[in-house]
Design a protein around this ligand. Structure first.
Ligand SMILES: Nc1ncnc2c1ncn2[C@@H]1O[C@H](COP(=O)(O)OP(=O)(O)O)[C@@H](O)[C@H]1O
Ligand SMILES: [Mg+2]
Length: 255
């Protein structure tokens, strides 16, 4: 199945008022691909992944998901698909955030079944059975009745991953999933993400964990100042960068 285009982004722009954050980003992600986005703080990585699932609405450009146009030019004007279509697409590409973004007033189990029941219309008993299995997979079977503030950061992030998996998504978007974690908890989350990649899950991962990106990536995209400056396999990006901007970024993080 690997090789089919799942997501195609062309000349994507996003502004906040007068601030142009994405300045024409083009990017394709194939089914089964593990794509990393790296780059300096403020370069637009979060904005890009938030635009991909329409947590932010792009200002211009094309996003196609499984061949369906979510935004793009139509009859000479910028078109954004109706909310119903966006919601359906979004349910196929859930996001895991740096700050977990769990529902504080819901238990672990309730956090995981919310999407399947509310968005996919799953039957409650089926959603619970699936959630119990997924929470078992991430080592949280004993915590299903806990509330988020009773969990460690690493446990919260595993709930967030189980919540994403409960949607049986086509791709999972990760925005710096380990940046808010104590150092000793980072490895566990990276191992969980590696497990998803090894099962063939399509992943788009924003991270500063360069060793992790180097080992796991099919492709790495380097972003700076609202552009993708260079894309390539990890050995190119980390060992033989072609652009001066990427070379100096790699030198700065190795220092
Ligand atoms: N909702 C927003 N409103 C205004 N400016 C924003 C908003 N979100 C992001 N920005 C700005 O967009 C730029 C890129 O931010 P971001 O996408 O978060 O970068 P990165 O994730 O690469 O650090 C920053 O200058 C940031 O302040
Ligand atoms: Mg960010």
């Amino acid at each position: 199945m690997t090789g089919q285009p799942l997501l195609r982004i062309e000349e994507l722009h996003k502004s906040f008022g007068a601030l142009n954050v994405l300045k024409g980003v083009s990017l394709s992600v194939r089914l089964g691909e593990v794509a990393f986005l790296i780059g300096p703080s403020g370069s637009g990585k979060s904005t890009l992944v938030r635009c991909i699932n329409f947590l932010e609405t792009p200002t211009a450009g094309t996003i196609k998901f499984e061949g369906e146009t979510l935004c793009g030019m139509r009859n000479g004007a910028f078109y954004v698909a109706p909310e119903k279509k966006l919601r359906a697409a979004r349910s196929h590409m859930p996001m895991v955030f740096q700050q977990f973004n769990l529902f504080a007033h819901k238990t672990v189990l309730q956090n995981v079944i919310e999407g399947p029941i509310q968005i996919k219309g799953s039957r409650r008993e089926e959603a619970i059975a699936d959630a119990m299995r997924l929470l078992g997979d991430v080592g949280l079977r004993e915590k299903v009745d806990y509330y988020p503030d009773q969990l460690s950061g690493g446990q919260k992030q595993r709930v967030a991953i189980a919540r994403a998996l409960a949607m049986h998504p086509k791709v999972i978007l990760f925005d710096e999933p380990t940046s808010a974690l104590d150092p000793e908890l980072v490895t566990g989350i990276l191992d969980t993400i590696r497990g998803l990649a090894n099962k063939g899950m399509t992943l788009i991962i924003v991270t500063h964990e360069m060793g992790f990106a180097r080992k796991l990536a099919d492709v790495v995209h380097f972003m700076a100042d609202g552009h993708i400056i260079e894309s390539g396999p990890p050995d190119q990006i980390f060992d033989r960068p072609e652009s001066p901007r990427l070379s100096s970024f790699i030198r700065s993080i190795l220092r």
